[in-house]
Ligand binder design. Structure first.
Ligand code: OAD
Length: 249
């Protein structure tokens, strides 16, 4: 592992543009459940068609609203972990770093990474499901049985997260794709990379000749194809990687 960390650190030291692509695994050590890990993954306990689709929301808006309010509370009380902090530190030492996350929490920002491209939206923002007007959450909305009603058109308000079958936030995908085509190094952390179009990023970076580094305790198709696979938890591997860079600068 030490040799691989050294190799990854040397690659990052020489890079001009690094793209970091994160998924639920980077926030796992902050106590936020991933989606597809057996037993603990959200989608092994909850039905994505019910909680992350227009159909599910139309069928049971109250249930969906309450679920996201509970998640919002959990994400607000979670703290950034050493993996988030290491990525923020990496942003300080490489000339250009683009951070693209599929996560709807704001733990990267709270650890000091700026800007963060949220491919799947943010749980802290809200808009009308009908007219798309933005909505500011009120304290009483958090415990409500039903979603708030849009003051402009009367439709339900929803969290500004991407549900299955929906478009990604405007402009964000273009920025991510451009970064994937331009980066010299792609660092993938904590994603199963099975949800598209976000999962195109590793393919694009690979095709453009970038060195791909994958950080994940469980091997998957990304680690199989990566030039450097660092097997382990983000909160353990990433601080070691950043320390190795600083030590050899
Ligand atoms: P997944 O749950 O699919 O994958 C989480 C990954 O994190 C797995 O590969 C785990 O092995 C890895 N992992 C677990 N603990 C880790 C740790 N401590 N450090 C590093 N890695 C760890 O989550 P995502 O790939 O993020 O989409 O899922 C992608 C999308 O699917 C989500 O954004 C969400 C979901 O449906 C939407 O809601 C649109």
């Amino acid at each position: 592992m030490d040799t691989l960390i050294e190799k990854a650190a040397a690659t990052l030291r020489a890079a001009q543009h690094v793209l970091v692509f994160t998924g639920a695994g980077v926030s796992a050590e902050s106590g936020i459940s991933t989606f597809r890990d057996a037993q603990t993954g959200l989608w092994s306990r909850f039905d994505p068609a019910t909680l992350a689709s227009q159909k599910g929301f139309a069928r049971n808006p109250g249930f969906v609203w309450q679920w996201y309010m509970e998640r919002l509370g959990a994400m607000e009380s979670a703290l950034p972990n050493d993996g988030h902090r290491a990525l923020a530190a990496l942003g300080e030492v490489v000339p250009t770093l683009t951070l693209a996350t599929q996560n709807i929490d704001n733990l990267h920002e709270r650890a000091g990474s700026h800007p963060v491209l949220h491919m799947h939206g943010s749980i802290a923002r809200f808009h009308c499901n009908g007219c798309a007007g933005s909505y500011t959450l009120r304290a009483e909305d958090r415990l409500a049985q039903m979603p708030p009603v849009c003051p402009l058109c009367g439709d339900w308000v929803r969290p500004s997260v991407v549900w299955f079958g929906e478009m990604l936030p405007e402009g964000v995908l273009d920025e991510c794709f451009a970064a994937a085509r331009q980066c010299d190094v792609l660092v993938v952390v904590g994603t199963s990379a099975v949800v598209y179009p976000a999962a195109f990023l590793p393919d694009l970076a690979h095709a453009a000749g970038a060195t791909v580094i994958d950080v994940n305790p469980e091997p998957n198709h990304i680690s199989d194809a990566a030039h450097i696979y660092l097997q382990g938890a983000g909160g353990v591997v990433l601080p070691r990687l950043v320390a190795a860079m600083e030590l050899s600068v």
